[in-house]
Design a protein around this ligand. Structure first.
Ligand SMILES: Cc1cc2nc3c(=O)[nH]c(=O)nc-3n(C[C@H](O)[C@H](O)[C@H](O)COP(=O)(O)OP(=O)(O)OC[C@H]3O[C@@H](n4cnc5c(N)ncnc54)[C@H](O)[C@@H]3O)c2cc1C
Length: 495
């Protein structure tokens, strides 16, 4: 078949898909270039042009979209706020935007939310009842609850409060056949999930405190926690339409210490000791971020730790002072000061971008690994080896309490094969150190192909059975999590 003929078929198919969606969807259907362009990118370095955009108005729109996608042999990828860093919300079929599903209903110990709710909206409403939902990605108010659940997001306070998977009690979603389920309420489906996941090979599960790679098969212990299978599934098992989130009381007082260190080794060794004092957060930034903070650090300072406590403040301070090996340069207990210094930490990704020329910015690929904290120094050693071998440089910052370091590599952006080689070598090291290839950002286009290596054949087979249970026709976000193709360097934007 000639190119022209192919283009013709493609055009007619798109035209017919558009008309079918328009006559069956009560929400909006967009197909103009500016919409296609907008939804072709997110906060990652990838770009994939979708065919059409559906902004669903109600549940029926979602199941209809799935059924129509099946008929037209195309895919449905749900999009939250598009702040994901590895292209998880990008695909070439229908993009389903659930921004209109933004209801919030606060109860005593939980809140029921629609997936399109922005984290900022939720924080504002919960604040009125002096409550909060703990996972706090550094992107702040801009991400959606659907996207947070989709990626199993976390943040600085996950050290004490856990990731999304530790904070959701119920999820209602529509699967790849267009059927609605509520987990763990649905006992038949819950039993099916447990029957599959009880074969989990635990020795292949990363020994970390947070993990966003693959399906959370290790978090299904009984039929009462089967909602966890949807968490971190990146829209590949079901479209979440509502979730019940655990909420906590906002702590009355907090105290934040800023501690400077001469070397990364000193900081990491001390972080291991500080972790035993039960802080709510231990975060790390290196020298590059320090340059952007309005404070005159000692010239010999190479990195700082942010250490926060939100209970037992007096005894915690005493414990910290006994073991601290760096120099405490700030002790902050006023909310405004604490907020300002957390803003410096949260802006690390922005600062790192600011300090590198665009053509030297290597895409996010190895930016989110975590290892057991006692192995973190070894991970830094592996990073140094990579830098030496490939003549790259790197900036690092992150959630050191969880052993989770964000790495931004600096080199010639166009060295695609080098990017892939680095990922292969680095992830091998991460897996050897009992770590995860992604602690909070998800697998997306960058890491799905490494999941089999991460979890081993047996667990990967379990992932495939779970996918088949919910999405037998592979309609939901194909190519993510379960992936036959290498996508790490395909579809990189402007390459
Ligand atoms: C500057 C910056 C800092 C960041 N810091 C952090 C951080 O500290 N911690 C962290 O965890 N992340 C961080 N991120 C990554 C990202 O912001 C989070 O993972 C965020 O939770 C993604 O939310 P989103 O709404 O943008 O999701 P999207 O990117 O739109 O989607 C993410 C995934 O969720 C799926 N999804 C969305 N809605 C649904 C739904 N209704 N049903 C099923 N699946 C769904 C999508 O298909 C996709 O696979 C950061 C990003 C940036 C740009």
């Amino acid at each position: 078949m000639g190119l022209l003929q192919n283009q013709n078929i493609e055009f007619h198919m798109r035209d017919s898909l558009q008309k079918t969606l328009q006559s069956n969807i009560q929400g909006d259907v967009f197909f103009k270039k500016e919409f296609i362009n907008y939804y072709s990118v997110d906060a990652s370095s990838y770009q994939i042009y979708p065919k059409i955009i559906v902004i669903a108005k109600n549940e029926k729109d979602i199941s209809n979209t799935i059924k129509i996608a099946k008929k037209f042999k195309t895919s449905v990828t749900v999009r939250g706020a598009g702040t994901g860093l590895v292209g998880s919300a990008l695909n070439n079929g229908i993009i389903l935007d659930l921004k209109k599903f933004d209801s919030i209903k606060v109860n005593k110990n939980y809140v029921t939310v629609g997936p399109g709710t922005l984290k900022g909206q939720l924080d504002k409403i919960l604040k009125k009842s002096k409550k909060f939902f703990p996972p706090n990605p550094s992107i702040g108010s801009f991400c959606s609850i659907g996207g947070m659940i989709g990626n199993n997001s976390s943040g600085s306070r996950s050290l004490k409060y856990g990731s999304v998977v530790d904070n959701v009690t119920e999820i209602t979603f529509i699967d790849g056949k267009g059927i609605k389920h509520t987990l763990p309420k649905n006992k038949i489906i819950s039993k099916k999930i447990l029957d599959i996941t009880k074969r989990t090979e635990f020795k292949k599960i990363p020994k970390v405190t947070k993990n966003s790679s693959g399906y959370k098969i290790d978090k299904i212990k009984t039929t009462k926690d089967t909602q966890n299978i949807i968490i971190g599934s990146e829209g590949t098992l079901g479209i979440i339409i509502s979730a019940k989130l655990k909420i906590n009381k906002i702590p009355k007082n907090r105290i934040l210490f800023i501690i400077e260190y001469k070397t990364i080794t000193d900081a990491v060794k001390n972080a291991i000791q500080i972790n035993d004092t039960n802080p709510s957060a231990i975060e790390f930034v290196d020298k590059i971020t320090l340059k952007q903070i309005k404070f005159s650090f000692n010239k010999k300072t190479n990195c700082i730790l942010f250490v926060e406590y939100d209970e037992k403040l007096i005894s915690s301070e005493k414990k910290l002072k006994k073991i601290v090996t760096g120099k405490i340069i700030k002790k902050l207990n006023k909310e405004l000061d604490i907020f300002q210094w957390w803003k410096y930490r949260d802006a690390s990704l922005h600062y790192s971008l600011k300090s590198i020329k665009k053509e030297k910015r290597i895409p996010h690929i190895i930016e989110d690994s975590a290892v057991p904290l006692e192995n973190l120094l070894k991970l830094f050693t592996s990073l140094n080896k990579i830098n030496k071998k490939y003549k790259t440089r790197s900036i690092s910052y992150g959630h050191v309490g969880n052993g989770n370091i964000h790495i931004r590599l600096i080199s010639d952006r166009k060295r695609k094969q080098m990017i892939k080689n680095i990922a292969i070598e680095f992830f091998d090291e991460v897996i050897k150190l009992d770590g995860t290839i992604t602690a909070e950002h998800g697998d997306g286009l960058a890491r799905s192909e490494f999941i089999k290596k991460q979890y081993g054949k047996k667990n990967y087979q379990i992932f495939k059975e779970i996918k088949k249970l919910f999405d037998p026709n592979n309609i939901l976000n194909p190519g993510k999590v379960i992936s036959k193709k290498s996508t790490i360097i395909d579809n990189l934007e402007n390459f």
